[in-house]
Ligand binder design. Sequence first.
Ligand code: PLP
Length: 344
Amino acid sequence: MNFISDNAYGAAPEIIAAVAAANAGTAASYGDDEWTAKLRTQMARLFEHEVAVYPVIAGTAANALALATLSPPHGAIMCHADAHIVADECGAPEFFSHGARLIPIEGRDCKLTPDAIETMLKRFQAGIVHHIQPTVISITQATELGTSYRLEEIAAIGALARKHGLKLHMDGARFANALAYLGCAPAEATWRAGVDVLSFGATKNGALGAEAVVFFNSGDVRDFEYRRKKAGHLPSKMRFISAQLVSYLEDGRWLATAARANALAMKLANGFAKIPGAELAHPVEANAVFVRLPDKTVARLRAAGAIFYDWTPPEQGRTLIRLVCSFATPEDDIARLLEVARAG
Ligand SMILES: Cc1ncc(COP(=O)(O)O)c(C=O)c1O
């Protein structure tokens, strides 16, 4: 019963097969291959827009290189206080941008709001040489707490970004899970709502290790290609990264795997909702469940072999735990986990 993260599971068999198929014969290196070309076409069709697509091998690289391209060293990047970019990337965005500062902002269910951003923006005076200059707003979709921004919430932040001349970046490590939850077109959840650059995740949802930076405005690409090379994210055998992404998008695979993971999370949430003493901490709008349980229940789950993170330290006999479902989580694990939680 492994609920530690969606990346604890392996890759979808179809994606493994696609990588094996790409292994036949020779191919041009450094992204001049047919899979990378196909990926560009697929992404343009998917987003109903011209896009510049750059595969990389990790989400941290996608975020850090995208943000560094969007922000000069004296820039300020607004993000949620629990955003992966500020909490879990070891300072990569600051490092690759040569010093842009991430500005953490609090917000319910891990979401930024236009009001909270606007309040923070007032602290930095435009054109004052002593102040860092706001350049980017970054939101995560789905968020680090398993919630999803609604289209109107993204659009409101997009409008604010435009009003202040800022770029809007979306960390889409779990973009598929959010989209499967919202049931909308990729275009609606991104550029139509004002998103300029998307870190498009695939690793957590069935790829071996593949993400892509997607620019919706060619003017924003600037020196990205040099930055990617300098950061070591231009693999010579790019075909294997692109082949994963091509297969991921084919036949709606990415949305099917995400929908399965989401459905399992929803089953867990519905199950916990009926267990006395269990309290869901956040709405379940993707593939993660945050639930507060009595410590004895948490211990019983671990004793039964369940693997998961304590999200916060125990408090008054209860602990908030995180349970993440993946495209490959066995259905039986859900029933078993709930049965153990219910017992006693
Ligand atoms: C919200 C979010 N963004 C980005 C990432 C990318 O991380 P990695 O560099 O491990 O691929 C993760 C992984 O946990 C994540 O949860």
